[in-house]
Design a protein around this ligand. Structure first.
Ligand SMILES: Nc1nc2c(ncn2[C@@H]2O[C@H](COP(=O)(O)OP(=O)(O)OP(=O)(O)O)[C@@H](O)[C@H]2O)c(=O)[nH]1
Ligand SMILES: [Mg+2]
Length: 372
C-alpha cells in the first residue's frame, strides 16, 4: 500500500498487518472527544437522571446548565426529575469550600469576585459563582454590569457564573441555591462563592448555606459602624474593607481598625480559632490584600476541617434545610389542598365577620388537613 499523507495506518516493517500511525491516534482522540460532545448534546430536560448524572460528573457544562434549569423549574415533572437527580448525585471525595459574600450595592462585590476568582482559578481551583438576590427582579443594567465586571472570569475555563434565579420569594431562591451548590460540586467545582446584596435579610440565608461568610465594606469616616447590624456582624467570619487604594487608604485603615475592635467585643464563637473573626483591608480594583485575605480564608477553613467544625456546621445546615423544606411543603399543601377549600372559604368569612381569630382559624384548617 503506497503511503499517502492522509493514511491512518502504515505497513509494519516486519509485521504483515497495518499499524496505526500517530495520525490515527490523534484522529481517534478527536473522534472520542466529538463523541463525548455529541453525547453531551443529547442531554435534554427529559433525559434520565442517569444520563444527567453521568454528564454532570464528567463536567459537561451543558448538562450542568440543564440540571440547574430543572432544579429552578416550577413545573412538577421537572421538579420530580430534579429530585431524582439530586438524590443520585455522588458526594465529592473532598468537601468543597463554600464562601458566602455580601455587601451593599456598589461596595465592589463584582470587582472583588472577578479578581479573587481569577486568582483562585490560576491556583488551579475550579470556581462556581452563584447569586442570591433579595430583590426578585434585578435590573437588566445590573446584570449587564456584572458581565462586564466579571468579563475575564466569565470566560475562564475553570469558572462558572450563574446569575440569580428568578423565583417568587427569597426563601424559595435560597432553597434552590442550596441545590445548585450540590450540582456545581458534583460537576467538579471545588470552590463556590454565593454572592448576595446586603440588605439585611439575605446575609443570614447565605451564611446558612456556606462554610465561611465574608462581609465586604467600603471605607467610611466617623465612628458610626456604617449601620451594619449586629446580627450580620455575628455571622461574619471576615470583614473585608474594600477600596483601600489612593486617597481612601487612611480611611480604609481606620475603618478596618474600627471593625477589628467591634469584632473583638463580640462573644467568642466555638467555630473560631484564635484571632477570628477578623477584619482586613484590600483593593479589589488594584489587587492589593487579595492574596493575604485568601491565605486567612484557607487557614480558617483548614482549622475548621481539622477540628470537625466544618462537618458539624454542615450537619446543622442540612437539618435546618430539612425543617425549611417541611415548612415550605406544608404551606404549599395548605394552599393547594382541595379538601379544605370549602372550609377555608367558611373560615375566611368567619374571620372577616369577627367570629374567629386568625390563630383559631389556622388551627381549624390544619386540624382538618391532618384529620385521619
Ligand atoms: N477605588 C476603588 N473602586 C472600586 C474598587 N472595587 C470596586 N470599585 C468601584 O466601585 C464601583 C462598584 O463596583 P461593583 O464591583 O460593581 O460593586 P457591586 O458591589 O458588585 O455592586 P452591585 O452589583 O450594584 O451590588 C465600580 O465603579 C468599581 O469600579 C476598589 O477596590 N477601589
Ligand atoms: Mg455586582
Amino acid at each position: 500500500m503506497a503511503p499517502c499523507s492522509f493514511s491512518l495506518y502504515r505497513q509494519g516493517p516486519d509485521a504483515p498487518g497495518l499499524i496505526p500511525t500517530r495520525r490515527y491516534g490523534i484522529q481517534r482522540r478527536y473522534l472520542q472527544g466529538k463523541k463525548a460532545l455529541n453525547r453531551a448534546r443529547t442531554v435534554t430536560l427529559n433525559s434520565t437522571p442517569d444520563i444527567f448524572r453521568e454528564e454532570l460528573v464528567n463536567g459537561s457544562r451543558r448538562a450542568l446548565a440543564k440540571a440547574i434549569t430543572l432544579v429552578e423549574s416550577t413545573n412538577q415533572d421537572h421538579r420530580a426529575q430534579a429530585d431524582a437527580l439530586l438524590e443520585s448525585l455522588p458526594t465529592p471525595a473532598e468537601p468543597s469550600l463554600r464562601l458566602g459574600l455580601s455587601g451593599t450595592p456598589g461596595v465592589g462585590k463584582s470587582t472583588f469576585i472577578e479578581r479573587f476568582g481569577l486568582m483562585l482559578c490560576e491556583e488551579g481551583r475550579r470556581l462556581a459563582v452563584l447569586a442570591v438576590d433579595p430583590s426578585s427582579s434585578r435590573s437588566g443594567g445590573s446584570i449587564l454590569g456584572d458581565k462586564t465586571r466579571m468579563e475575564q472570569l466569565s470566560r475562564h475555563p475553570s469558572a462558572f457564573i450563574r446569575p440569580t434565579p428568578s423565583a417568587s420569594q427569597l426563601g424559595g431562591v435560597a432553597r434552590r441555591t442550596r441545590e445548585v451548590i450540590l450540582l456545581v460540586e458534583a460537576a467538579g467545582f471545588d470552590t463556590v462563592i454565593v454572592e448576595t446584596v446586603g440588605v439585611g435579610q439575605s446575609e443570614t440565608l447565605v451564611a446558612e448555606m456556606t462554610d465561611i461568610f465574608l462581609l465586604l465594606l467600603a471605607p467610611a469616616g466617623g465612628d458610626e459602624l456604617q449601620g451594619v447590624k449586629r446580627g450580620i456582624m455575628e455571622v461574619a467570619d471576615m470583614i473585608l474593607v474594600n477600596k483601600a487604594d489612593g486617597d481612601l487608604i487612611p480611611t480604609a485603615r481606620r475603618t478596618t481598625a474600627d471593625y477589628a475592635g467591634a469584632l473583638r467585643l463580640l462573644r467568642h464563637r466555638p467555630q473560631d480559632p484564635e484571632g477570628f473573626p477578623k477584619a482586613a483591608m484590600l483593593s479589589a480594583a488594584e489587587g492589593s490584600g487579595m492574596a493575604e485575605a485568601w491565605a486567612e480564608i484557607v487557614s480558617l477553613s483548614d482549622w475548621r476541617r481539622q477540628t470537625g467544625v466544618l462537618e458539624e456546621t454542615r450537619a446543622r445546615q442540612t437539618l435546618s434545610w430539612f425543617v425549611e423544606e417541611i415548612e415550605a411543603a406544608l404551606a404549599l399543601r395548605v394552599r393547594q389542598s382541595r379538601n379544605t377549600a370549602g372550609l377555608r372559604a367558611e373560615l375566611e368569612a368567619d374571620l372577616l365577620a369577627g367570629r374567629t381569630t386568625p390563630r383559631a382559624a389556622a388551627a381549624a384548617l390544619l386540624d382538618s388537613l391532618f384529620a385521619p
